[in-house]
Design a protein around this ligand. Structure first.
Ligand code: FES
Ligand code: FE2
Length: 457
């Protein structure tokens, strides 16, 4: 942190810093952060964007072409032809692969050169190189890419919240955002902003319940960290515990809670990635979940979710500027930090613990990759999906005047510890166990009780 002199009207004296965390923020090939990020799968487009023409995309600072060949296979290749560099956005999609228009070279989806038609018979040229290509995977309406070393492909992580409950409906969305990926991801590790930005300062953007100041706790998990915000809503306590998953994934509860209805939902309303496009642009890309556990009243709006839109206020620049100034949302607050937020000029406060943990975890991962070790990949159930910890829990827990902060803290801690402790159970069984145990704790009055504390002391 830069030292700032305590001098009124002293703007002149302040340091002017550039990006001071390039290892965390830079994403291009051969940069420390870029090498680390290349060890994971990242969504780069919505499947719905891909028609019968090649789609130019940029990811991790690399210009690429995404296409689906006539055989139905996805291809993701370097944009510029290996012959003399024409963009394959003008390529002809074939039964097998894509053909460059300039001199007809043809590439398979793995970069194999299938044809160099202007070469004489018997030419070995096409066997002497492979065009740059990456593995892809289509899942839940999103197209993912793995852009790391071809001999170290990690398993594709299917998070349990994507698969539970049975019949969970996933709707894909993608919001191009003009700032560095990290500051947008850090927004997920900063739950107190939901009270200020989304309610107290800007006016109610989600529901008035967000305006109650939450008790915060940050628990490290096998995936990253769980950011726990526990609020009182009248007779009820409400936990909004959000997964922040390394390197760039997060899950959240709904934005529609008013706190009146009890709920024990160990699952998510949003699973989203922040995919770096380049150093100063990113994609907020993911899926909204529709199921009765997370949104029993079905208040989500599917028709407002998709390319450049989300059914949550303030996630894009679509609103008129004057309105965004009156009531800025996440998009405005985070893009407003600048193209790359300058960490040396920050003054982290007590509520920024989650941001600090996230940065430490990312630095550790980057150092591991620099040392030649693969970064830790998520643990799985025997069934194959990855246990996550996101939960939205609302229960009737009576207020204890004077001690209610401790009640909230204890409630959030116990419930989220339970979510961590039952991670080995298979999907479905785990969520049922969680709901049962939460109710048992409620019935037993297991949460903080000053009289019990005194008796035990
Ligand atoms: S530039 Fe592509 S075939 Fe010549
Ligand atoms: Fe937010």
């Amino acid at each position: 942190m830069n030292t700032i002199p305590v001098v009124p009207f002293g703007g002149y004296l302040h340091p002017r810093s550039e990006d001071t965390e390039p290892d965390l923020t830079r994403v291009g090939p051969r940069t420390p952060g870029g090498e680390y990020l290349r060890r994971f799968w990242h969504p780069i487009a919505m499947a719905a964007e891909l028609g019968d023409k090649p789609l130019p995309v940029t990811a991790l600072g690399e210009k690429l072409i995404l296409f689906r060949d006539q055989g139905g296979r996805l291809g993701l290749v370097h944009r510029h032809c290996s012959h003399r560099g024409t963009s394959l956005e003008f390529g002809i999609i074939s039964e097998r692969g894509i053909r460059c228009v300039y001199h007809g070279w043809m590439y398979d989806i793995d970069g194999t050169v299938l044809d160099t038609p202007s070469e004489p018979p018997g030419s070995r040229l096409k066997h002497s190189l492979c065009h740059g290509a990456y593995r892809t995977r289509e899942y839940a309406g999103l197209i993912f890419a793995y852009m790391g070393p071809p001999d170290a492909v990690p398993e594709f992580p299917v998070y349990d919240a994507l698969t539970w409950p049975e019949g969970n409906r996933l709707v894909a969305y993608k919001i191009p955002t003009p700032c560095n990926w990290l500051q947008m991801h850090e927004n997920a590790a900063d739950p107190v902003h939901t009270a200020y930005l989304h309610t107290i300062v800007s006016g109610v953007q989600f529901t008035p319940a967000f305006g109650a100041l939450p008790e915060l706790e940050f628990m490290e998990t096998p995936l990253g960290l769980l950011c726990i915000a526990t609020r009182r809503c009248g007779e009820n306590l409400w936990i909004r515990a959000s997964d922040v998953i390394l390197p760039n994934v997060a899950q959240f509860g709904t934005g529609v809670v008013d706190g009146t209805r009890e709920k024990t939902a160990l699952c998510a309303a949003f699973t989203r990635w922040i995919t770096p496009v380049d150093d100063t642009n990113c994609l907020v890309i993911g899926v909204r979940h529709f199921n009765d556990a997370i949104d029993p009243e079905r208040l989500g709006r599917e028709e407002d979710i998709g390319l450049g839109k989300l059914d949550l206020m303030g996630q894009t620049d679509e609103r008129p500027y004057a309105e965004r100034q009156r009531s800025p949302g996440d998009y405005d607050a985070v893009v407003g930090q600048g193209p790359i937020a300058v960490r040396a000029d920050e003054h982290l406060s007590s509520t920024d613990k989650g941001v600090a943990i996230l940065r430490r975890q990312l630095r550790t991962g980057i150092r591991e990759v620099q040392a030649g070790k693969p970064p830790a990949q998520p643990r799985r159930y025997s069934g194959g999906s990855v246990p996550t910890y996101n939960n939205e829990t609302i229960l009737r827990v009576p207020e204890i005047a004077g001690d209610d902060r401790l009640v909230r803290r204890d409630f959030g801690h116990r419930i989220c510890s339970l979510a961590l402790d039952c991670a080995e159970l298979p999907v479905g069984e785990r969520q049922a166990h969680f709901a049962r145990e939460v109710r048992r704790m409620q019935a037993d009055g297991a949460f903080y009780d000053p009289l019990k504390e005194k008796a035990g002391a």
